[in-house]
Design a protein around this ligand. Sequence first.
Ligand SMILES: Cc1cc2nc3c(=O)[nH]c(=O)nc-3n(C[C@H](O)[C@H](O)[C@H](O)COP(=O)(O)OP(=O)(O)OC[C@H]3O[C@@H](n4cnc5c(N)ncnc54)[C@H](O)[C@@H]3O)c2cc1C
Length: 494
Amino acid sequence: MDVIVIGSGIGGLVTATQLAVKGARVLLLEQYLIPGGSAGYFERQGYRFDVGASMIFGFGQKGTTNLLTRALQAVSINLKVIPDPVQIHYHLPEGLDIKVNRIYEEFLQNLIAYFPHEDKGIRQFYDECWRVFHYLNSMELLSLEEPQYLLRSFFQKPLACLGLAKYLPQNVGDVAKRYIKDPRLLKFLDIECYCWSVVPARMTPMINAGMVFSDRHYGGVNYPKGGVGQIAQKLVEGLIKAGGQIQYQAKVAKILIENRQAVGVQLTNGQVYRAKRIVSNATRWDTFEKLLNQQEIPSNEKRWQLRYQKSPSFLNLHMGVKAEVLPSGTECHHILLEDWEKMTATEGTLFVSIPTLLDPELAPSGYHIIHAFTPSWIHEWQGLSPSEYEAKKEQAAWRIIDRLEKIFPGLDTGLDYLEVGTPKTHRRFLGRDDGTYGPIPRYKLRGLLGMPFNRTSISGLYCVGDSTFPGQGLNAVAFSGFACAHRIAVDLGL
Ligand SMILES: Cc1cc2nc3c(=O)[nH]c(=O)nc-3n(C[C@H](O)[C@H](O)[C@H](O)COP(=O)(O)OP(=O)(O)OC[C@H]3O[C@@H](n4cnc5c(N)ncnc54)[C@H](O)[C@@H]3O)c2cc1C
């Protein structure tokens, strides 16, 4: 084997498919029954639920940042997607009710209606995000660890490179405060960031914000027909077509190191596989603290852990509901917050996704899926007896349903199916330490400068996915996958 990839999250799958089309012999090992990780799915009583992600960027048709479109095209696979006309409908404190329309000017008008005195500042802030986006969207997005590529990009697009270098150490909060004074509007920008970065604006890198705040109006948010799980299923199809292999229920217990070089992996059943390069799509905590049989984790990983910590996981409600529960014109994605002070707290911000509004075939006729999730820490669910755990899940579920009743009156009586997942569920089924959503800065860092790339301090071992540059989200981990495959292809001389 040339390359073993541990884990079939979108980061692992993009790495594997990219390498397979470049001619590498690739083996992908997945502990679970299906691919996708946090972008997977499960089926119950006629409903097909997304386990996590459902607001999908990266399916645009133009530019270079449409990395999910590109990853599928690379293996000659088509996936039908359904455009979402509104990215998010926010239900915020003090009656702020704002829709982020796909059409940029409509969104600006919605926001300016609440903050007419900040008209100019709002436009200046979001226009600055567009500048970042246009720089990114004009360049081929590959490994920043590859000097030839950096040089080539610089000669081809010097202004974009210099522009991006300027924004790399900046955070959204600092840029926003240059243009905006109203504290309530700055709080709105906090939740605009928090809902994908899980940190407020002052800690959210400007590069990521440039992507999210602009691409939602450019390539747009698009939902895969058949559910988010289709992305991984289709990438696997492409991997096999390109000559790669995948094994399910193949849990890697350790990465084998010989002469300080990663040379293979051992599964929990004892089976050993060897390859020239090993890629871990597990989180950095799982990779360095569990899969490597070392006395101590490498010092640069320790330094990284001093800068970044695990974000909380989520408490998830997967519901099947009667169609009449949803008022006509309901949007697919909602965010609810009743008190600004609780934005980052456990059960503070409530995320809601109703994918059947875009693809009705995910539920039986006359019914919808509602996926509601809110931050929750694993320690809140530990040390409980099975009956205590079940009781706690039920209490938590009704607290969430009560909150949702405010936007969907009659939800309680219209409930047809309910399944509750906790951080322990995420840890178990997604193989993520403490069920974390991913790394978040411990304190205000300089933009994205501290996020590690794909190479590690162990020769032959690479990481890919949301604990590498540029962070969480399907399009972001696809970027990480393109970069990882690029670096490995150069290392292998492909
Ligand atoms: C509730 C929730 C909502 C989200 N919403 C969105 C959204 O709307 N839009 C968006 O873009 N993103 C969203 N995200 C984030 C997004 O889903 C993740 O950032 C992304 O899917 C992570 O991909 P990854 O490649 O890093 O790895 P993962 O998805 O974590 O996949 C890693 C894979 O590796 C496997 N694995 C781990 N350890 C081993 C081992 N030892 N042996 C074999 N296999 C192993 C796992 O089983 C898993 O399949 C959401 C996440 C969650 C949890």
